[in-house]
Ligand binder design. Structure first.
Ligand code: GNR
Ligand code: NI
Length: 174
């Protein structure tokens, strides 16, 4: 197991479209486990491979509450095959957009087809926070961040603050 560094915006790697995995093999399984460890440590409820600089279509989630048994979910090549007509709004955050939160409306329910850690094709029906989080993670695989769902004005205010924070951190390290 290994902790992986999490990229933060603005970073060109977060804007790229990730490639499907050919099959879920030992390398992909190790990536999934390292991503889960990184996500728990952050802490977060989901993580997409591009957030750790790996441009592969792999995501992990765990929506178990503190004190509950962990419920790690691992997905390769996730595809949204159905979304509900009705939307729901959540106040979203992102480990790659630290310290910023905003309301995002997305379909309230969805179905996702994917390969599990044993390379078996499966489908999951999701609603509530799971539906939102799956859509947030799958967006990452297409280079889309939650701030891309905001107005350009709100997005640019956040991006400018993140860039400034990066510059300040880089200066402090010199
Ligand atoms: O930890 C996370 N919380 C969260 C809250 C509301 C909507 C989406 C998320 S995902 C986020 C972790 C993350 O950045 N995943 O890509
Ligand atoms: Ni995110």
């Amino acid at each position: 197991m290994a902790l992986l560094p999490i990229l933060t915006a603005p970073d060109p790697r977060l804007k790229k479209v990730s490639a499907p995995v050919k099959a879920v093999d030992a390398t992909v399984r190790t990536l999934m486990d390292d991503m889960l460890e990184t996500m728990y440590q952050a802490p977060g409820i989901g993580l997409a491979a591009p957030q750790v600089g790996v441009l592969k279509r792999v995501i992990v989630l765990d929506l178990a509450r503190e004190g509950e048994a962990p419920q790690p979910l691992k997905f390769a090549n996730p595809e949204i095959v159905w979304v509900s007509d009705d939307d729901v709004t959540y106040n979203e955050g992102c480990l790659s957009v630290p310290e910023h939160y905003a309301d995002v409306a997305r379909p309230a329910a969805c179905r996702v087809r994917y390969l599990d850690e044993n390379n078996q094709q499966r489908e999951i029906a999701a609603e509530g926070l799971l539906a939102t989080c799956l859509q947030h993670e799958i967006d990452h695989l297409d280079g889309i961040l939650f701030i891309d769902h905001l107005t350009a004005l709100k997005r640019n205010i956040i991006l400018r603050k993140l860039l400034k924070a990066k510059k300040t951190a880089a200066e402090a390290a010199m």
